[in-house]
Design a protein around this ligand. Structure first.
Ligand SMILES: C[S@@+](CC[C@H](N)C(=O)[O-])C[C@H]1O[C@@H](n2cnc3c(N)ncnc32)[C@H](O)[C@@H]1O
Length: 324
């Protein structure tokens, strides 16, 4: 078992009340938690679906499986754990003919992952550059940082980190790694800081100028955005008529994907507006439960600053022909 720092013992579930209100799990419901983590949301869902309900929990991190064993022993509903990528898990459930009343995602990394020093997710601790959610996978942050071409690194920092200093940071990383490989999170933070003039560094105030670079590398290592693009349609496939799909995202790249996916399902006719009659025959498959994304209250952000960027979106699958 990995060493867990004291503060990492719990992951506080984000937007928990809002998620449960929007999913409205009924007694006996079939539910899929695609990103189990520490099971904070799963526990609330389990309480609502009761002894006749079924909760399938998915996570690619073996530490999450240990947490699942604890939860499974305490809740009354039927439970099952799939230690795999959520896209694979959802495809497997579809093959088995499983239909779900609720499916939800709480994207990104858990507090246990961030705060377990040796997993190398955090710019706050010096540790080997790792960042793999699934420690069994080959690609890690060290490989990305030391082998990706400079132009590609800059593109990754600009696109996945939305970092305005992407090019100078990529240049400094490549300059340093020519002398010796960058092995640790501390060395990566030092490279980012060295790339930026003092005046730019000061603009970050209390936050680290390496934050966006770490986010970008983590996204690449774990293929997070492609996974989301594949996972959302898989989730939709197993959703029963009337079933609900929810996603909590933590940055605009994720939220945009969730928003467009759900809006696309909620859209009816896509014929050009000047056509007198509909030719596409398309009808909405979804009703948006959240017209705008739901964000945490100031109180939640004060209690759990990691919730600050969270956004929740939820939709209900509707019968073909049912008017949303
Ligand atoms: C933010 S945490 C979830 C926290 C959880 N909702 C709770 O209340 O404790 C995200 C979890 O999703 C997992 N995860 C992220 N992407 C995944 C994927 N594509 N497949 C499976 N698990 C994934 C991570 O390993 C992490 O444990």
């Amino acid at each position: 078992m990995t060493l867990v720092l004291d503060m990492a013992r719990t992951h506080v579930p984000v937007l928990a009340g809002e998620l449960i209100d929007a999913l409205d799990p009924a007694p006996g419901a079939l539910a899929v938690d695609c990103t189990f983590g520490a099971g904070g949301h799963a526990r609330l869902v389990a309480e609502r679906i009761g002894p006749s309900g079924t909760l399938v929990c998915v996570d690619r991190d073996p530490d999450a499986e240990e947490r699942f064993e604890e939860l499974a022993a305490e809740v009354a509903c039927h439970t099952r754990f799939l230690r795999m990528d959520y896209t694979e898990a959802l495809a497997l459930l579809a093959q088995e003919g499983f239909t779900a009343d609720i499916v939800y995602f709480d994207l990104g990394v858990s507090s246990m992952q961030i705060d377990t020093r040796e997993r190398g997710f955090s710019y706050s601790y010096d540790a080997p550059l790792d960042m793999r959610m699934d420690p069994g996978q080959e690609l890690d942050a060290r490989t990305v940082v030391n082998t990706m071409e400079e132009r590609q690194l800059a593109k990754v920092f600009a696109t996945y980190g939305e970092d305005r200093n992407a090019r100078v940071i990529a240049r400094e990383i490549v300059r340093r790694r020519r002398k010796a490989p960058i092995e640790t999170t501390g060395e990566l933070v030092a490279a980012v800081e060295a790339a930026l003039p003092a005046a730019v560094r000061r603009r970050f105030g209390g936050s680290s100028p390496a934050k966006r670079v770490f986010q970008a590398i983590r996204i690449v290592v774990n293929d997070e955005l492609d996974d989301l693009d594949r996972g959302l349609p898989e989730a939709w496939t197993i959703l029963a008529q009337g079933g609900r799909l929810a996603a909590i995202s933590f940055h605009s790249l994720e939220d945009r994907r969730v928003k467009h996916f759900l809006a696309d399902r909620a859209r009816g006719c896509i014929c050009p507006p000047d056509l007198p009659v509909c030719r596409c025959g398309r009808t909405p498959e979804a009703e948006l439960i959240t017209r705008r994304s739901v964000v945490p209250t100031p109180g939640e952000v004060a209690d759990n600053p990691r919730s600050a960027s969270a956004r929740l979106r939820v939709a209900r699958r509707i019968d073909i022909g049912e008017v949303a």
